[in-house]
Ligand binder design. Structure first.
Ligand code: ADP
Ligand code: MG
Length: 346
């Protein structure tokens, strides 16, 4: 079943020359988490606010469980859409206990019903023992879980999350997101999860929708987005790709660092660029090699090297953390990828 259907959605703010959201369409199935990802200002929050009913679209339509909630003729207000929202700042009520914060969204229920449902939800997020505490007595991660419990308690049709972990410390974030993803999955929630962080999007999303300047560049599984980028923007933004210049030959693509054996459906001699990541490139020290080490970044588990090819192009390569070589070392770089690479014509 389709929970959310967005069709040709568009929104431009007064006085702005560019559309914040420009002709976006996508669908979301039951129990699916869609990660909406893109750089700051690309229209993620505006898309969420349109779905929630906090903004009116200029054009297009939104359906929730097949019911039209927004179009040029129809506008269902936010409180009637059955959508739960979680923002970056949690927005818990400081003067209410954890229990009362979670109970806040439940109306028209008996005291016993409220106690049961809130208890269930606090148990689900692992905070039953904290129900009498106030928000200031919780860690950032715990506050985030209270916000999640509060959003899920009224059984929303759809959960919208806008950069929910961005106020958490980096060392907390990985643990919290794993915990939160587990909770969302066990609740079978349908979720649009917004983030500007590529890694977080790949982790959270069953599918990803990549936005650029208000437009949907690509939608697909994390693997498709990462390995089969449709556009240079997606390859660059999601994969930190370099673009290695080459020419189509009979045997593959000839580049400055050797032949990449890959069949491409393009005429011989076509100039192309191959999207290539640091883990697709390897090198060994060679005084008459084709590249120079111009930088090294120690990343703990590995070293990230920046290499300048003799053609002037700069590419990146990953090497084991024990392999430490000085800047200025001449090396022979080569493509070590064992999967097919995405090729763009220039
Ligand atoms: P994101 O969440 O991806 O960072 P937003 O959806 O917040 O992006 O913003 C998209 C674009 O719309 C930006 O250029 C932003 O400046 C503009 N914008 C957002 N909200 C408003 C507003 N209320 N009034 C005018 N412009 C806005
Ligand atoms: Mg935003």
């Amino acid at each position: 079943m389709t929970t959310l259907e967005v069709r040709n959605l568009a929104k431009r703010f007064n006085g702005s020359p560019n559309a914040a959201v420009n002709d976006i369409s996508f669908e979301l199935s039951d129990n699916e988490i869609l990660a909406l990802v893109g750089p700051s200002g690309c229209g993620k929050t505006t898309t969420l606010r349109l779905i929630a009913g906090l903004e009116r679209p200029d054009a297009g339509s939104i359906r929730l469980n097949r019911i039209l909630v927004a179009s040029e003729a129809v506008f269902v207000p936010p409180e009637q859409r059955g959508v739960g929202m979680i923002f970056q700042d949690h927005a818990l009520f400081p003067h209410l206990t954890v229990f009362d914060n979670v109970a806040f969204g439940l109306s028209g229920k008996t005291t016993a019903e409220v106690r049961t449902r809130v208890g269930e939800m606090l148990h689900m997020v692992g905070l039953l023992s904290h129900s009498k505490r106030y928000p200031h007595e919780l860690s950032g991660g715990e506050r985030q879980r209270v916000a999640l419990a509060r959003a899920l308690t009224p059984r929303p049709v759809l959960v919208l999350m806008d950069e929910p972990f961005s106020s958490l410390d980096a060392d907390l974030r990985a643990g919290v997101r794993e915990h939160v993803r587990g909770i969302l999955k066990s609740m079978q929630a349908t979720v649009v999860f917004v983030t500007h962080d590529q890694e977080e999007a790949l982790y959270m999303g069953d599918r990803l929708a990549v936005l650029k300047k208000g437009e949907l560049e690509q939608i697909g599984t994390p693997e498709e987005i990462f390995h089969e980028s449709n556009t240079r923007f997606v390859a660059e933004f999601m994969g930190h790709s370099d673009f290695l210049k080459g020419k189509v030959t009979r045997d593959g693509i000839q580049t400055a660092i050797g032949l990449v054996r890959q069949i491409v459906d393009l005429p011989l001699s076509t100039a192309v660029e191959i999207a290539i990541r640091a883990d697709d490139i390897d090198f060994h020290v060679d005084g008459s090699g084709n590249a120079l080490i111009i930088d090294r970044f120690f990343r703990g588990a590995f070293n990230l090297y920046r290499l300048r090819l003799d053609t002037g192009q700069v590419i990146h390569a990953i090497n084991p953390h024990t392999n430490i070589l000085p800047v200025g070392t001449r090396v022979q770089a080569f493509v070590s990828a064992e999967h097919s690479l995405t090729v763009f014509t220039q």
